[in-house]
Write a protein that binds this ligand. Structure first.
Ligand code: FMN
Length: 451
């Protein structure tokens, strides 16, 4: 059973003064942006409704067909024409007017998952309580569009009991690209212009295969220097970075970090440390004792190290390198500290492989933004939809991984969503918690006297 998206794009765009499908949205056309989001959301096929004589579409990264209509591009006419073209395998339809070209893949995946739930037939995103697009409909529900004089709004209204709302944080679900001022707003919102910091951040993926090519002369110094310009609690700069480039030492690090092959393969492994050694020296010189038993100081140093580490990842990625953070550096923290000759009051918060990537991992996406960004107060009313979106995203990632030969060579279960995995990872039978049961004691032995 397939999911087919219908993008009505037959209007003349009179108020916009341009064909909306071909609007330039920060370097890509509206229809290409939509096609990419649909692909990322796991949609099988796209039907683009165009008027006779409309300009041809650019190449799209998803299986698609053009459905031609006459007249002025009336939305209901477009949907009727597309409905007649749906393949027999189609079980769910997603209607995404070209005006909503800034809608994200996670919103599409979430409405599809919601429409397919038991008891549901139609799902739509809401922004601050207002319903918008895309609307996902089971095929049988969508067929009502063929009735005389019926528009999409009527189809939704007539099926009220089976309509489900998916709250989102994306204002573009309710805002149209209608006039030139809307286009300006859209371009400003898409500050992820090619080469921008935001684009680099959105393109992030963890890389787990590397060429042996070393970093350029001075590159490590530059990116670590940039990274340490992150904010630091009360200017304590309670971090240290140990770079390991020696192949034999990297092999030993890998052995202490769950034998992860990418640690041995990448030209550089860095240990990102929380470091109170320098502050302990300041205290000693002043005839005092560093308060290393303080949970607050432990958190400050750990947060400082994490901020530096993420900055380092971003700096590396901005120079075309790939990274993978290594939490397994906390598997055997004492032996790792010995291998790296860490002084007292210093522990590796996480490691990071850095180098020229040779893999092309499926992007993992993230849960729907509504689960992360709340306005004014935490709003957990949409949690079901958020978790449904997270599950759909995870399953889509699994599908794409398997297309590429699995995750690190192993097939990924298509049945398990994010919710199952989190419950398994951190529920009462957590093997993760069990594996780190000694961590508190190990941190104490490294000079963090947490009580
Ligand atoms: C603190 C931290 C520790 C991590 N540890 C490991 C690790 O030991 N091995 C690994 O392969 N990936 C590790 N990762 C990478 C995560 O698995 C990855 O970031 C996450 O699955 C999201 O995928 P993405 O980074 O490709 O978007 C770690 C990430 C973080 C932030």
């Amino acid at each position: 059973m397939t999911v087919v998206a219908i993008v009505p794009a037959a209007g003349k765009g009179r108020r916009m003064g341009a064909d909306k499908a071909l609007l330039d949205l920060a370097g890509t056309t509206a229809i290409e942006r939509i096609a990419r989001a649909l692909l990322a959301a796991g949609i099988d096929e796209l039907l683009v409704v165009r008027s006779h004589g409309a300009a041809p579409l650019p190449q799209l990264p998803i299986a698609h067909r053009v459905v031609l209509v006459s007249g002025d591009g009336d939305m209901a006419d477009s949907l009727r024409a597309a409905e007649r073209e749906l393949p027999s395998s189609c079980a769910t339809v997603v209607v995404l007017p070209v005006d909503h070209a800034l809608v994200e893949a996670d919103t599409i995946a979430a409405v599809v998952a919601m429409a397919q739930r038991d008891g549901a037939a139609i799902a739509r995103p809401t922004f601050r309580g207002k319903p918008g697009h895309p609307v996902a409909l089971r095929r049988a529900a969508f067929a009502a569009i063929q009735r005389d004089g019926v528009v999409l709004r009527d189809v939704v209204r007539q099926d009220r009991d089976r309509v489900r709302d998916v709250p989102t944080s994306n204002a573009w679900t309710i805002a149209d690209l209608d006039e030139p001022k809307d286009l300006e707003g859209a371009r400003a919102a898409l500050c992820a212009e090619p080469g921008s910091v935001v684009e680099t951040m959105l393109r992030h993926r963890s890389h787990r295969a590397y060429a042996p090519t070393p970093l350029h002369q001075g590159q490590l110094e530059r990116i670590v220097d940039a990274a340490r310009h992150a904010s630091t609690s009360s200017f304590i700069q309670a971090y240290a970075v140990i770079s390991v480039e020696d192949a034999e030492r990297r092999r030993k690090v890998a052995a202490l970090c769950a034998d992860q092959k990418h640690i041995a393969d990448a030209p550089v492994f860095v240990a990102v440390c929380a470091d109170l050694h320098k502050i302990a020296e300041c205290c000693r010189a002043a005839g005092q004792v560093v308060q290393s038993q303080s949970l607050e100081l432990f958190l400050q140093a750990t947060v400082d190290a994490a901020l530096l580490g993420q900055n380092l990842a971003l700096a590396a990625e901005s120079e075309g390198l790939g990274i993978c953070m290594i939490g397994a550096a906390r598997n055997r923290p004492i032996e790792l500290a010995e291998l790296l000759a860490l002084p007292k009051h210093c522990y590796v918060v996480f490691g990071m492989t850095i180098g020229t990537p040779t893999d092309d991992p499926a992007p993992r996406g993230r849960m729907p933004l509504a689960g992360v960004l709340h306005r004014e107060v935490y709003d957990s009313r949409g949690i079901d939809a958020v978790l449904a979106g997270a599950d759909a995203g995870m399953k889509e990632w699994a599908r794409r991984c398997n297309e590429r030969g699995g995750y690190q060579g192993r097939p990924v279960s298509l049945d398990k969503g994010w919710t199952d995995r989190m419950a398994q990872m951190w529920g009462e039978r957590s093997s993760y918690a069990a594996a780190r049961a000694a961590l508190l004691d190990e941190l104490r032995r490294l000079g963090f006297g947490l009580s």
